[in-house]
Design a protein around this ligand. Structure first.
Ligand code: CTP
Length: 420
């Protein structure tokens, strides 16, 4: 399957689509994976073709979709070989029926035959009605697959296509794509027991942070004024979460201490939710003695209200004056510990980027600072970073935040290892 068209280091999956309503989401999943450089070969069951057309999947992936094992006996064998040569087979959505087939080892169509004849990891994303999911037979089959070493991704609880609410919804496509990429990356950089010799990753020269303990702060903080109001900022948390995911991909043990955001936590990170800067500071203080690397991405509020009211403050005719007290500088505190972890700071500036960033790195006494222009970064999906370290400046050109986070982590890992 690794053919003439793609570079050798590219990872390939077979995306197996089975016959459930969530099949329509497979189109978006294929698109997201391809955007991240993963080669996608689609294989569908006959039932899946009732929910989404092979033409759609073929147009998106640029490859003919595999459906029928009897199309041509000769090709049937080649198709099975494709499953063998893939880095993973991902079944999304996986119906209760298909899961049952996998658990029993049945091979009565092309996709189930590919699964049975595979020589790679199988990742299964169940999607079904809550009662089908709760049925003892399904639970038994899923448990059997887990015992067989199959990765089960989801499901989650939520509103279902039939209008009912409960467990059985397929993981959101973005999260599924993330899971698949993390799996492919971890095979490349960390090397799972099952990884083939000489296997190369999405990026062949990836640094490995296997076993390195990392604390990442992310998002804004919220400083209460009264029971219903507070002071916060426009940080979305996207950059911090991307940094957490990139670190996770390299094998680090990540604790993500996050202020209030609307984002899903990257799979596998240890998540600690906080609201105020004081809570973030507490959470960091408790965990920092065990950390090897600390990355402060959070937009921590510099001030808190001196006397937050437990009740809603009523309107009056006069001015309302709030007294603000400075919050502790979490990054500066961590960097000043007697044996600090390797510290990385972020700086969002609205002007004089180079001057302020250089001064901030010095003031906080940290080896590396990533700076950007706040007006371009806040809430956006793309960004541009300049890294400041002892060697000078390094520009990470405009890209989506995950791409930037991966490049940043490569730089962090190199500097961290040089110091050991
Ligand atoms: N930071 C922190 N605790 C604070 C303030 C900032 O840990 N109370 C961290 C941030 O997570 C970031 C870095 O310090 O990594 C710089 O944050 P920034 O808000 O840009 O700088 P400040 O130190 O707050 O300075 P200023 O607001 O004057 O630019």
């Amino acid at each position: 399957m690794r053919g003439i068209m793609e570079p050798a280091q590219q990872k390939h999956i077979v995306l197996g689509i089975t016959g459930g309503i969530a099949a329509y989401k497979a189109a978006e999943l294929a698109r997201l994976l391809m955007k991240q450089g993963v080669g996608v070969q689609v294989a569908m069951t006959e039932a899946a073709c009732h929910f989404i057309t092979p033409a759609t999947m073929q147009a998106l992936t640029g490859r003919p979709v595999l459906i029928n094992q009897w199309d041509a006996a000769e090709n049937g064998m080649a198709h099975i070989a494709m499953g063998r040569a893939a880095d993973a087979i991902v079944i999304a959505p996986a119906t209760a029926d298909f899961i049952a087939k996998l658990a029993l080892g049945l091979a009565d169509d092309l996709l189930s035959t590919m699964c049975l004849a595979r020589d790679c990891q199988l990742l299964v994303a169940p999607a079904m009605n809550r009662q089908m999911w709760g049925n003892a037979a399904t639970q038994r089959n899923v448990a059997q697959l887990a015992r067989d070493g199959v990765d089960i991704l989801g499901p989650v609880s939520g509103v279902q296509a039939c209008g009912e609410e409960g467990m059985g919804r397929m993981l959101e496509t973005e999260e599924l794509a993330r899971e698949v990429v993390v799996f492919l990356q971890s095979r490349s950089s960390v090397g799972r027991a099952s990884a083939r010799q000489g296997d190369v990753g999405l990026k062949p020269d990836l640094q490995n942070l296997s076993g390195v303990k990392m604390i990442i702060t992310a998002g804004p903080t919220y400083e209460a004024i009264d029971a219903v109001r507070g002071i916060t900022n426009r940080s979305s948390g996207k950059m911090g979460y991307a940094v957490a995911q990139a670190a996770q991909e390299l094998g680090a043990e990540v604790t993500l201490i996050s202020g209030p955001t609307a984002l899903h936590k990257p799979h596998g990170v240890q998540a600690v939710d906080v609201i105020s800067a004081a809570q973030m500071f507490d959470a960091v203080q408790q965990r920092v003695p065990a950390a090897d690397i600390f990355i402060g991405v959070a937009a921590v509020a510099d001030y808190r209200v001196a006397q937050a009211s437990a009740q809603k403050i009523k309107k009056s005719d006069g001015n309302l004056i709030l007294e603000l007290l400075p919050n502790p500088d979490i990054l500066a505190y961590v960097a000043s510990l007697p044996q600090p972890p390797f510290c990385v700071g972020f700086a969002a500036e609205s002007e004089n980027l180079r001057e302020y960033a250089t001064a901030k790195r010095k003031a906080k006494n940290i080896p590396l600072l990533a700076a950007n222009l706040a007006q371009q970064a806040i809430g956006a999906d793309e960004n541009e970073l300049i890294l400041f370290d002892d060697a000078g400046e390094h520009v990470l050109p405009r890209a989506d935040k995950l791409t930037l986070a991966r490049a940043l982590l490569q730089h962090v890992a190199k500097l961290y290892k040089d110091r050991l």
